[in-house]
Write a protein that binds this ligand. Structure first.
Ligand SMILES: [Mn+2]
Length: 325
């Protein structure tokens, strides 16, 4: 692929690199950053990772996670190349980094979001890829760089996370083949990685899930379902917005549901929304109505309305998109 070749040329011709990813980084974001970090290090490059948000506890088993620096640490560093992974826009890396982390030569953008913007000087955007980790695997393979054990573990974690443990429709035969290769190379137990990422749940999060499920409502035909998480619930259960991760999937699992919505009340009284679809409705388009983004079956947006109005607006839009109603 041409975009692969030009990015590999950029890598070969330059010496200093910064890597970043989106705010609230997930398994794919962190796994992709660290895999790239390890490869560039092996090639003898100077490379640093700067993130707006800290590495969540559950990813602190990944090799070299502790090398990830905060946004302010980037002030005195002018890399030749900035590589942004898994972020659908430059702004997604956070307000400080998107303004202040400026490379002297070029920005490379590697992403798989359907709504990905071509904000880089070089862009590898493959919406059909399961994850950014899968793209990075293919990039490394095409260059014949060696994937070592540590790198394999990082890539596998990215792949596993973004496919919901290989359950989502984005996990095709290629994804499974790559996963198998990574397990062979990495010499790790996949069930252990699963436990690290998914069975690292705080008691507060389970209590928050309990409170959230009590707010469940559905349209009369059962096709649209929504739940609500309020600031009071966070306070009661001593949890934060990060703990809401995965809730919307629980709602999506209800057999009649075509669109699942999780509405989170923000401290300023506005609403943050996660959307899931079983396939009939493109929720990336639904999120785009509110300047959000994501994938056909998983997306999100922010609506500057209190949650009651946000829910009403969203449910109306979702209804319009379900053709059978
Ligand atoms: Mn991703």
């Amino acid at each position: 692929m041409d975009s692969f070749r030009s990015v590999l040329t950029i890598i070969e011709q330059h010496q200093s690199f910064a890597i970043s990813t989106h705010v609230n980084p997930d398994g794919d974001a962190i796994g992709s950053e660290l895999a790239l970090f390890l490869i560039l290090k092996k090639l003898g490059k100077t490379v640093r990772i700067f993130n707006t948000d800290v590495v969540p506890d559950k990813y602190q088993f990944l090799p070299k996670w502790e090398t990830i620096e905060n946004a302010e640490a980037s002030v005195a560093f002018r890399p030749e190349i900035l590589v942004v992974v898994d972020a659908s826009s430059r702004e997604r890396i956070g307000p400080f980094l998107s303004k202040c982390l400026i490379p002297t030569h070029a920005v490379v953008n590697i992403d798989h979001h359907q709504t990905a913007e071509e904000f880089g000087d070089y862009n590898i955007i493959i919406p059909s890829a399961s994850s950014t980790a899968e793209i990075i695997y293919n990039l490394i393979e095409s260059a014949n760089y060696e994937i070592d054990e540590a790198c394999a573990l990082c890539l596998y974690t990215g792949l596993m996370f973004d496919t919901g443990c290989f359950r989502y429709s984005n996990a095709d035969a290629d994804t499974h083949r790559i996963a198998a290769n990574l397990i062979d190379i990495g010499n790790f137990a996949p069930d252990e990685i699963y436990r690290n990422v998914y069975e690292h749940v705080s008691l507060g999060k389970i209590r928050l899930l309990g409170q959230t499920l009590r707010t469940l409502e559905l349209t009369p035909d059962g096709k649209i379902a929504w739940v609500l998480v309020t600031q009071k619930m966070f306070k009661d259960t001593k949890t934060t917005f990060d703990d809401v991760e995965g809730f919307v999937n629980q709602i999506q699992a209800i057999e009649s549901v075509e669109v699942a919505i999780c509405v989170c009340e923000l401290p300023d009284g506005n609403s943050k929304i996660s959307l899931r679809s079983e396939g009939s409705v493109d929720v990336a388009k639904l999120a785009a109505e509110f300047d959000g983004g994501g994938h056909e079956r998983a997306s999100g947006c922010r609506i500057n309305l209190p949650y009651t109005s946000a829910i009403a607006t969203l449910v109306e839009s979702a209804k319009r998109r379900i053709k059978t109603i």
